[in-house]
Ligand binder design. Structure first.
Ligand code: V47
Ligand code: SF4
Length: 356
C-alpha cells in the first residue's frame, strides 16, 4: 500500500489492481491527502463553480431504470411534459439571472425527435445568446439520433449547428454490462454511451462523465468504470469533468438496496481523482450530496461543486436528496470553499475563469 501511495505522490499512473488495494486498505486520511495533492497539481487552491440552471423538458421516458425516482408513466398525475412555449418562458424568466450555462436533461420522450430538440436549442439561444447549452445525456442523444436514421456524427453536427456546446455526463450509470443489465436493462448500452462521447470529442465538443455508485456494484465494477473512462480520455481527451453520483434510494424500485455512507462517498471521490489522472476536474455535485458533504468532498480531490442551480432540477429531490429546493448562493459557495481551505472561482462551461 505504501508503494502504491508513493507512486501516486510521484504522479505515476496506477493499475486497476493497485487501485483496488488502495481503495480497500488505505486509511481515509491517506486517500484525502493523495487526492488533495493530485487536485492541487491541476487546480491549486481553486474550487470552481458556475452560474447555471437546469431545464428538464419532461419526466416521461421510454425507459424504466430501476434506480430512477424521476420518471413517471403516461397518464400519471405527476407527469410534466412542457410545450416549447412553456420552456421558452422558463428560459425567459431566467434571462436576467446572470447564468452562463443551461443544462438540459430529461426523460427520453416517446414522441419528440432530434429536429424538435434542435429547435429547442435554437429558441433557448435566441432568448439567451450568451448562455452555453450543455444538453442531453448520451442516452437521450443516442436514442434521438438513431430514431432519425442518422449516424452519431451527423446527429451531433445537427445539434451543434443549432447551438449545443457541451454534453453532460449522465447515462453512464455502471459500464459493466452485467450490472447495467440488472439496474437499467432497457437503457442504451455502454458501447452506445462511449460512441456518443467519442464522436463528440472528435467533433471538438467537451463532455462530462458520471458513475452511479453505491447500489449493487462492487469495487471491481467501480475500478473497471474508471479505467474505461481513463482509456477513452487517453484517446480523445474531451472529458472536462467526472462526477460520481451517489445512488439515492427514495421512491424507486431498488429502494431496499439502501444508501452508502458518507465515508464511502469520500473514498469514491478520492479514488476518482487518483485513478482518473487525465481528467482535469472532479465534481462534487452538491445537489446530490447536500452542502455539508460537499464541503468535506473538497478535502478528497473534488475541485468543482457545479453551480447555483436556482431550484431548477427535480432529479435528486425526487430521489430523496436532503435539499428539496436546491439553491446555492455565491456567498454560500465562497464560504464552503473557504472553510475547506480553498478559493471559490467562477468558471464558464469550458473552465475559463470569469473575472468580474
Ligand atoms: O444518468 C438517476 C442519475 C443522472 C438517480 O454533467 C440518480 O455536469 C442517484 O448526469 N440516485 C443524470 N442518481 C444527472 C447527471 C448530471 C448531474 C449533474 C451534473 C452533470 C454534469 C450531470 O442522474 C442519471 C443517473 O445516473 N440518477 N436516478 C438516483 N435515484
Ligand atoms: Fe429514463 Fe433517465 Fe429515468 Fe432511466 S434514469 S428511466 S433513462 S429518466
Amino acid at each position: 500500500m505504501e508503494q502504491i501511495a508513493a507512486k501516486v505522490r510521484a504522479g505515476e499512473r496506477i493499475s486497476g489492481e493497485e487501485a483496488l488495494v488502495l481503495w480497500r486498505e488505505a486509511p481515509l486520511w491517506l486517500l484525502g491527502e493523495l487526492a488533495t495533492e493530485a487536485k492541487r497539481k491541476v487546480s491549486s487552491d481553486k474550487v470552481y463553480f458556475n452560474r447555471n440552471f437546469h431545464l428538464e423538458p419532461t419526466n416521461l421516458c421510454v425507459f424504466n431504470c430501476k434506480f430512477c425516482s424521476y420518471r413517471r408513466p403516461k397518464g400519471s398525475p405527476e407527469v410534466w411534459d412542457y410545450t416549447m412555449e412553456q420552456m421558452e418562458q422558463i428560459v425567459r424568466d431566467r434571462a436576467e439571472s446572470g447564468a452562463t450555462e443551461i443544462h438540459i436533461v430529461g426523460g427520453v420522450h416517446p414522441e419528440h425527435d432530434i429536429y424538435y430538440y434542435a429547435e429547442l436549442i435554437r429558441r433557448v439561444k435566441a432568448i439567451m445568446p450568451e448562455v452555453a447549452v450543455k444538453a442531453f445525456t448520451a442516452v437521450e442523444l443516442s436514442y434521438m439520433i438513431r430514431k432519425a436514421g442518422l449516424t452519431t456524427e451527423e446527429g451531433l453536427r445537427l445539434l451543434i449547428e443549432a447551438g449545443m456546446e457541451a454534453i453532460p455526463g449522465g447515462g453512464a450509470e455502471i459500464f459493466d454490462e452485467q450490472v447495467r443489465a440488472k439496474i437499467c436493462p432497457e437503457k442504451g448500452s455502454t458501447a452506445e454511451w462511449f460512441e456518443v462521447h467519442d464522436a463528440a470529442h472528435r467533433l471538438g465538443l467537451k463532455t462530462n462523465a458520471t458513475i452511479l455508485y453505491g447500489h449493487i456494484e462492487t469495487l471491481e465494477h467501480r475500478v473497471d468504470h474508471l479505467l474505461r473512462l481513463r482509456a477513452q480520455q487517453d484517446c480523445t481527451g474531451g472529458f472536462n469533468a467526472f462526477i460520481p453520483l451517489k445512488y439515492r434510494n427514495f421512491g424507486n424500485s431498488m429502494s431496499e438496496v439502501g444508501e452508502v455512507s458518507i465515508v464511502e462517498d469520500l473514498r469514491m471521490l478520492a479514488m476518482s481523482r487518483i485513478v482518473l489522472d487525465n481528467v482535469p476536474h472532479i465534481k462534487a455535485y452538491w445537489v446530490m450530496y447536500g452542502k455539508q458533504t460537499t464541503e468535506l468532498a473538497l478535502s478528497f480531490g473534488a475541485d468543482d461543486i457545479d453551480g447555483t442551480i436556482e431550484d431548477s432540477t427535480k432529479i435528486y429531490s425526487m430521489a430523496g436528496a436532503a435539499d428539496s429546493r436546491p439553491v446555492m448562493t455565491i456567498a454560500e459557495i465562497e464560504r464552503i470553499a473557504a472553510s475547506a481551505g480553498f478559493r471559490a472561482v467562477e468558471r464558464d462551461t469550458f473552465y475559463n475563469e470569469i473575472v468580474k
